[in-house]
Design a protein around this ligand. Structure first.
Ligand code: APR
Length: 232
């Protein structure tokens, strides 16, 4: 099988009931991202930010992986050394569908981080600003999420995977946020073919060689089935 890098966004988990950000009724139409998804917002009102992520953590726990998550896990199982799963999503639905080593470039809502000593641990369901870090006891705990203005995680590993990719696939992402939105151009520069799976054209659709339009729970299993049938 050829080397494939798959970037997913909120559209992958939309049919599991987790909201997207920029669609009609999306999360950024209900909350001010400056208040709940920036370091400045957290410094101003840590309780509000914890409440926002406590709600998203509860949503995540009550959601179930969908057919698209399962199809990506199946593809990875078929060729673990050829498939790199990069996600902008902070949910754990890919892992719960059986995927491994998922690269969460924007962090994970089920993980907590100590802003004082850098310790990471599995987040409790409800976090609050006064909870002491299990390692250093400082009340400096935050969700292990990459906020706007912060550096996404695992960029070196992602760059190395893009440089080796034969195929780059973007699933359910608007192409609105960098550096993720630039991965398609990076992959093309290294000679990869590019495919977009989305409900509708995205801001970066023109940069893709091919598209499959429709809900992820239909397009992703179909694409994976075609790939496995071809032994590509
Ligand atoms: N199937 C496939 N695609 C879908 C579906 C679906 N059922 N529903 C929505 N989509 C697509 C939309 O067409 C859109 O292109 O998912 C995309 C959602 O876009 P956004 O809401 O912008 O989500 P995303 O691209 O993941 O946002 C990137 O922005 O706010 C930050 O950190 C946050 O990781 C997030 C990043």
């Amino acid at each position: 099988m050829e080397r494939i890098v798959i970037l997913s966004g909120a559209g992958l988990s939309a049919e599991s009931g987790l909201g997207t950000f920029r669609d009609t009724g999306g999360i950024w139409q209900k909350y001010d991202l400056e208040e709940v998804a920036t370091p400045e917002g957290f410094a101003r009102n840590p309780t509000l930010v914890h409440e926002f992520y406590n709600a998203r953590r509860a949503n995540c726990l009550s959601a179930a992986p969908n057919a698209a998550h399962r199809a990506l896990a199946e593809l990875q199982h078929a060729a673990p050394d050829k498939v790199t799963l990069v996600t902008q999503n902070i949910d754990d639905l890919l892992e719960r569908a059986g995927a491994r080593d998922v690269i969460h470039m924007h962090g994970e809502v089920m993980r907590a981080l100590c802003a004082s000593c850098g310790h990471r641990w599995d987040a409790p369901l409800e976090m609050d600003p006064h909870a002491p870090c299990p390692a250093c006891a400082q009340p400096a705990t935050r969700p292990d999420i990459v906020w706007f203005g912060e550096i996404p995680y695992h960029m070196e590993a992602i760059g190395a995977a893009l440089a080796q990719a034969d195929l780059f696939v973007a699933i359910g992402t608007s192409g609105a946020v960098y550096p993720a939105a630039g991965f398609v151009s990076e992959a093309r520069a290294f000679g990869a073919r590019t495919l977009e799976l989305n409900l509708a054209p995205s801001e970066t659709s023109r940069l893709f060689d091919d598209w499959r339009l429709g809900p992820a729970t239909e397009t992703v299993p179909e694409w994976v089935a075609d790939l496995l049938a071809d032994g590509a």
